[in-house]
Design a protein around this ligand. Structure first.
Ligand code: ZN
Length: 250
């Protein structure tokens, strides 16, 4: 069997420590639940890293050995060191896949990669969400039955969502209050594929839900690096080394 896809599940791990309601749903942290879901797949090997670890758990060694990173953050985006966020961004440009989850829309890494505000409308009111599948043959929604699936309770995220137009919108969320949201979007930055996936508010058991776990596994396979690391060195090629020396005159 081919090498497994090496995933680093990054979690802020703040709400889990401070809010009993979140700890009840995710006793070992949301990151542990997300990683366990991914590790159900025989072709994926997921480990976790959190904000409170040295270098937020994202040492050069970890980054070197990560094919795909998932990112969940909310309360402490500002505590992520710029130099670490910059390294993650660079790895994405080199080809590392990135899956940005829920309130990760406001992380430094995602905002820097998008180049826009990544702002959105929101409301926490225990609303049902219906996730419509825009492209039923896209690998990210492989195995999802029907035209939509539902999350019983979720925080509302609504348009306008301050992102550049995605390469493709895979899922559109529709909330009880009437709002809609681009809930599953694919982007390409440099050699790296990015998937933004809206579900995952911390006070609901969303990462335990079968459809969410399935989509996350599919997304890991979709954003994994597709080829050799891309070298952004802007090399100068002297004319003598040009493949076909067109400047040479007879
Ligand atoms: Zn939230």
């Amino acid at each position: 069997m081919a090498d497994k896809i090496r995933v680093t599940v990054w979690g802020e791990n703040v709400h889990e420590k401070e809010m009993p309601r979140v700890r009840e749903i995710y006793p070992d942290g949301m990151h542990a639940c997300i990683a366990a879901g991914l590790n159900e797949a025989p072709d994926i090997e997921a480990r976790t890293a959190t904000l409170d670890m040295p270098e937020h758990g994202l040492t050069d060694e970890v980054l070197e050995n990560t094919d795909v990173m998932t990112w969940w953050g909310h309360a402490a985006h500002h505590l992520v060191e710029d130099r670490i966020a910059q390294k993650v961004k660079t790895r994405v440009l080199e080809g590392m896949g990135l899956i940005v989850l829920h309130s990760g829309h406001y992380s430094k890494v995602f905002k820097w990669l998008m180049g826009t505000t990544c702002s959105l409308c929101w409301r926490e009111a225990d609303e049902r969400e219906r996730l419509w599948i825009c492209n039923p043959v896209h690998p990210i929604v492989r195995g999802i039955e029907g035209r939509y699936f539902e999350i019983p309770k979720e925080e509302m995220y609504g348009e306008p969502f301050g992102i550049p137009e995605p390469q493709e919108t895979i899922l559109i969320g529709h909330f009880e209050g009437g709002e809609v949201f681009r809930s599953g979007c694919v982007f390409q930055r440099g050699a790296g594929k990015i998937f933004y996936f809206q579900p995952g508010h911390e006070t609901y058991p969303i990462y335990h839900q079968a459809e969410i776990k399935l989509i996350l596994k599919n997304a890991v396979r979709y954003v994994r690096p597709q080829g050799p690391r891309w070298i952004d060195g802007a090399p100068h090629i002297p004319v003598e080394q040009a493949p076909d020396p067109i400047s040479k005159k007879d």
